[in-house]
Design a protein around this ligand. Structure first.
Ligand code: SF4
Length: 341
């Protein structure tokens, strides 16, 4: 019988997001103990020190079912030996972001939108992350260097939307985010701010009063894209965090990654769409995996993905069916795949 230690649910409202971040689980054996699992029950587990380290905040680990080695949340964060095996067609920069990394901190891929890499850090390390080998060290700007990025936006009048990305952009302090957002809002042609973050899901305390203050003082339209892959990721504190965002006028969208062993069956995807809508989030994209080295074991081929999309389209109203897409380097937009009905 594997040992079980008490979980942190009783603490969830009483500690800050920064404290929650600092006490995140960073060791495989600690995670196994916390979730009531044994290493022997998990085939191919990497118990060493993977180059892409394990990192799981406790509010997220609390939602992992005790004693279930196949739990879909556990599978997203558990390092496996198979990650070390080179797989043909899976590379370190699958979206060729190096080509669109115009200046430190800026990725400009698509017309009208520019993406700012605000940090290389994340609250959780997802094993399927397409930026797991991104050269964050070349994209760490000081506030002074951000002036260069702001000038880039200022001099490109086609840019109407600025996207905060990372890493997880909400790991920055609210002081820095407020300062940057004010500077962006002063650029006349920018209309929207989009934030891609997993923090409302993994550490819901991050949706603090300070964050809501700078988000609501701006005249920019604000959109937050949460990255939620399974309905079990949305517990009550996350629901409350999302409600606070909605009450402050933030448009909430979700994009999921289609992951083998996590959400690759119709019922799971239907439950996810239903749960998202229940908490005020529109299911927006269902992404095929970006073919990053180390994540091939999560991948499904296009036909399997289209068949799944067909099964959910047959059961849900259209507005709850996320668009099935994948990204091809060099294309002017993401490529949509039609469901196989
Ligand atoms: S939160 Fe996003 S950027 Fe961070 S590890 Fe997960 S997928 Fe990658």
């Amino acid at each position: 019988m594997c040992p079980i230690i008490p979980r942190s649910e009783q603490l969830i409202h009483s500690i800050s997001w920064q404290s929650e971040l600092s006490r995140a689980i960073s060791n495989v054996n600690d995670l196994l103990t916390y979730t009531g699992n044994c290493a022997d029950d998990i085939e191919g587990l990497d118990t060493g020190s993977p180059s892409f380290p394990l990192r799981v905040p406790r509010p997220y680990a609390d939602r992992i079912q005790q004693g279930n080695p196949n739990d879909p949340l556990l599978r997203q964060v558990l390092p496996l030996n198979v990650e070390q095996q080179p797989t043909p067609g899976y590379i370190s920069d699958p979206l060729d972001e190096a080509t669109s990394n115009r200046l430190p901190g800026i990725i400009h891929k698509y017309h009208g939108r520019v993406l700012l890499i605000l940090t290389g850090a994340c609250a959780i390390n997802c094993r399927y992350c397409f930026r797991r080998e991104f050269p964050y060290h070349e994209n760490q700007n000081s506030m002074a260097e951000w002036q260069q990025a702001l000038d880039y936006i200022r001099h490109n009048s086609s840019i109407t939307e600025v996207i905060y990305s990372g890493g997880d952009p909400l790991l920055n302090s609210d002081t820095k985010l407020r300062q940057l957002t004010r500077a962006i809002a002063d650029i006349p042609h920018v209309k929207r701010l989009r934030i891609h973050t997993r923090l409302p899901v993994v550490i819901p305390q991050r949706i603090s009063t300070e964050l809501l203050d700078w988000l609501t003082e701006t005249h920019l339209q604000t959109v937050m894209v949460i990255h939620c892959n399974h309905a079990n990721e949305i517990d009550e504190p996350t629901e409350q965090a999302l409600q606070r965002l909605r009450q402050h006028g933030v448009t909430l969208l979700n994009q999921s990654v289609l992951l083998k062993g996590v959400n690759d069956d119709p019922k799971t995807l239907i439950d996810l769409s239903e749960r998202l809508f229940e908490v005020g989030v529109m299911p927006y994209y269902l992404h095929l995996l970006d073919k990053v080295q180390g994540a091939a074991h999560f991948d499904l081929d296009k036909t399997q993905a289209r068949q799944l999309a067909g099964k959910i389209a047959a059961k849900l109203p259209g507005f709850l069916v996320p668009k099935l897409v994948f990204e091809q380097p060099g294309e002017v937009a993401k490529t949509a795949l039609l469901p196989l009905l």
